[in-house]
Design a protein around this ligand. Structure first.
Ligand code: SF4
Length: 103
């Protein structure tokens, strides 16, 4: 019998592949999306490509999900790690406030 977690992982991978097929970064040098400190041209180029990507939201959502398990560096969904961390902090703050005042 296949574990439920394995099925969920497979379903997630299939969904992931479906939106990745439409990614604007397909075939683009992945180094552009992993800029080192000070490589501003790479950051600008990556964000420009993400800005025209039809699956930008899916990419951002996936990167935010992954960030709960791994330290994910680079540009995803048009945002840097620092920007995504800021989003997560804001979401956690909102969740914490909701939990506090909804009870
Ligand atoms: S948003 Fe950017 S990193 Fe994500 S799939 Fe699109 S082009 Fe690639």
């Amino acid at each position: 019998m296949v574990a439920v977690d394995t099925i969920k992982k497979r379903e997630r991978n299939i969904m992931l592949k479906q939106w990745l097929d439409q990614a604007a970064c397909r075939g683009v040098d992945t180094n552009i999306f992993m800029p080192l400190r000070g490589e501003n041209v790479k950051v600008t180029t990556a964000k420009k490509i993400c800005g025209e990507c039809p699956v930008k939201q899916e990419c951002l959502d996936d990167s935010l999900r992954q960030a709960q398990q791994i330290d994910l560096h680079g540009i995803f969904g048009g945002l840097s790690k620092k920007q995504r961390d800021g989003m997560l902090r804001s979401q956690n703050l909102v969740s914490a406030r909701s939990a506090l005042y909804d009870n």
